[in-house]
Ligand binder design. Sequence first.
Ligand code: CA
Ligand code: CA
Ligand code: CA
Length: 113
Amino acid sequence: MVRIRKGDSALWRIISTSGYTNIVVSFDMTATGLDGDDNVQALWSADGGTNWTVLKQINAGDPENDWTFHHFEFSLPSSANDNSNFTLKFVINNYDGYDENGRVDNVVVKGTN
Ligand SMILES: [Ca+2]
Ligand SMILES: [Ca+2]
Ligand SMILES: [Ca+2]
């Protein structure tokens, strides 16, 4: 389990999908203390982090801002297939209070080879 907080901190990692298709990403994510424009995002990139697509964003008013892990699963488009630059990122944006956290656990990337 990883906690992200403070200063728009982020966790990101390149996970090569070379030789795999039908990429599915799943993870458990939650947030706490978000207010105003604060948010926690899970994103993916097909080009090593130049361009990002949001998989899931938790905003202040969302039910996932509740300190309880929620499971998410996404089937990715073909640009995720067979890609050595496939990248995942988890980030908290607009952080401004010590009570504000995002938490991520059980990140799994699956594919068919
Ligand atoms: Ca707060
Ligand atoms: Ca805040
Ligand atoms: Ca804020």
